[in-house]
Design a protein around this ligand. Structure first.
Ligand code: ADP
Ligand code: MG
Length: 475
């Protein structure tokens, strides 16, 4: 039998504010807290939704077959280019696979401006082609004899029809370019590369979760899933072909295929998730209202804004930052409270909360802040951050249970700044998983082994180009 799991995630100081402040905090604590029973119900619903998506088209969780068949051995070798588009940055990576699970990378990063994110797809593709061109020149690769093979990590919903073909079905995470949905992003980008005479051939189209899974698997062969916890949230895992009831594309070279769950859309119907008025406010003002609700409760793009929605609601009720002369101009602006502030605030365990004070002062120009207010802000971050990590735990446990992870255990690669930098995020995920998988609670960290797959999405694209090679050769 399993021992009781002792939660690791820290608890904060009592608020000790005015009766009104305390009552407000008690109320939102109830709203943001997901107890074990509720978390189990969410996890169970998650598994049901996975199975629905595997059996039929057009379900809430789309469960997209990636056309990546089988796994890697870690012995693959060669040079591959990777391109990663899907969040805050655009990355171009040159990956050299050395075998024995080892690889080297050289990369460059460019920011994608708001203008490009919401302009025309043609402009976006030309910008990307220019970035690749510049990188090749820097790496002295502009005059190669043969086109370089590139794996394209395109982290938006795409219905794939081959390893290097697919139709984009939607934009997410703040992107909304015209002339893209309904088209194949590979062809659009390949056209731009041809127009600019860049010697690159796109050989694989890959979601960042799939790339993360593959790059983790190259180093850890027991890998069953890859997750992104960054700007957005999503996951991919290795499925048995026999479980993919909707599959109609005939024989494959392997009995397994990687599935991109698109779990960010989980429970868009809102029958299960404990959505608060603060989440609804964020959703209504987002560029994709009603969609990606699970993602909006979990990921880096949104968590800071949920915290800000609570803070401004308290301001409206004269419960926070209401001293005469307080400057609330910045905190009143949309998306001005970044998720990275939550990391800084939650990392502060000092009695006087000096880092919380400094974060509010430096970034938001909030100067007349008393100790109660510091504790309130920290508690709000803790509530929103803990809920996010517990929901991520429901998704991971759902995948682990569905794939029948046993005591031998399995590896899960995770890429994304939220997972990498947010203190306690990982501990809170383990706490949640221990509640959801009670038989493994005594040793959860060695059974469902989470690990950082830094830049997994970039490296993974190169590895997908490599898998594409293997598949073409074995067919
Ligand atoms: P992407 O998902 O675009 O590939 P990242 O994995 O770097 O990129 O994730 C960026 C997201 O992570 C942003 O939404 C940002 O708010 C969030 N983020 C960046 N730094 C931190 C941090 N220190 N703590 C928590 N979240 C962070
Ligand atoms: Mg990324």
């Amino acid at each position: 039998m399993s021992k009781a799991h002792a939660p690791k995630a820290a608890k904060s100081q009592p608020i000790n504010g005015s009766p009104e402040q305390n009552a407000y905090m008690d109320d939102i604590t109830k709203q943001f807290t997901i107890d074990t029973e509720k978390l189990i119900a969410i996890k169970d619903h998650f598994i049901v939704e996975m199975e629905k998506g595997l059996s039929k088209e057009k379900q809430t969780m789309v469960m997209i077959p990636s056309y990546v068949e089988g796994r890697l051995t870690g012995q693959e070798q060669g040079h591959y280019l990777a391109l990663d588009l899907g969040g805050t940055n655009l990355r171009v990576v040159l990956v050299t696979l050395e075998g024995h699970g080892k690889f080297k990378t050289v990369s460059t990063k460019a920011r994608v401006s708001e203008e490009l994110k919401t302009g025309s797809m043609r402009d976006l593709c030309e910008y990307i082609a220019d970035c690749i061109d510049t990188f090749l020149t820097e790496q002295n690769l502009e005059n190669v004899d043969e086109d370089l093979a590139l794996g394209f990590t395109f982290s938006f919903p795409v219905l794939q029809s081959k390893i290097n073909r697919g139709i984009q079905t939607a934009w997410t995470k703040g992107f909304n370019c015209t002339g893209a949905v309904g088209k194949d992003p590979v062809l659009l980008l390949q056209d731009a590369l041809l127009r600019k005479h860049v010697p690159v051939k796109i050989t694989a189209l890959v979601n960042d979760t799939v790339g993360t899974l593959l790059s983790n698997a190259y180093q850890k062969p027991e890998t069953v899933a890859g997750l992104i916890l960054g700007t957005g949230s999503n996951g991919a895992y290795v499925e048995q072909m026999t479980n993919i009831k909707k599959w109609k594309d005939g024989a494959t070279t392997s009995h397994e295929m990687v599935i991109n769950t698109e779990f960010g859309a989980f429970d868009n119907e809102r029958v299960m998730l404990p959505v608060t008025r603060f989440d609804n406010k964020l959703d209504r003002k987002s560029i994709n209202p009603h969609f990606q609700i699970f993602e909006k409760l979990i990921s880096g793009m949104y968590l800071g804004e949920i915290v800000r929605n609570v803070i401004t609601d308290m301001m409206d009720r004269n419960l926070l930052f209401c001293q005469p002369g307080q400057n609330t101009d910045i905190i009143s602006g949309h998306y001005q409270f970044e998720t990275s502030f939550m990391s800084a605030i939650e990392s502060d365990d000092s009695p006087d909360l000096a880092t919380v004070r400094e974060t509010l002062d430096t970034n938001l120009n909030l100067i007349k802040v008393d100790d109660v207010e510091l504790r309130i802000v920290k508690r709000i971050c803790e509530l929103v951050g803990t809920r996010a990590a517990r929901l991520a735990a429901a998704a991971i446990a759902g995948i682990a249970i569905h794939t029948k992870v046993d005591r031998k255990g399995a590896d899960i690669g995770i890429d994304g700044s939220l997972y990498e930098f947010y203190p306690s995020f990982e501990d809170r995920i383990y706490d949640g998983m221990a509640e959801l998988m009670p038989d493994f609670a005594d040793d959860i960290q060695n059974i469902v082994r989470l690990g950082l797959a830094r830049d997994g999405s970039g490296v993974g694209a190169a590895l997908t180009a490599c898998v594409a090679d293997k598949m073409f050769k074995s067919k």
